[in-house]
Design a protein around this ligand. Sequence first.
Ligand SMILES: [Zn+2]
Length: 89
Amino acid sequence: MSDHSHHADASGQPGVMLPLVHELLSDTLMIPATAVTGLLRAIATSWTASPCPACQKSAPPYAAFLAGVADHLDLECIAAAEQFASPTD
Ligand SMILES: [Zn+2]
């Protein structure tokens, strides 16, 4: 368990967090859903593609969970966009 100290060094996955942090720092309070889903999928991919055998073994369920959250966000945002785009009353 403690042999996972290598994860404290994020240099193995450059560019995953930076776009989101940039959005937060640039007074862009509305983070595009695509940025969030992209971040979730990038994290999931970084886990399953990890060179660490222990991570590769334990990653699939967590990666699947993140992918499920991303899918749910996509559906919710599409539903919300359609609601605002076509006022029915
Ligand atoms: Zn690991």
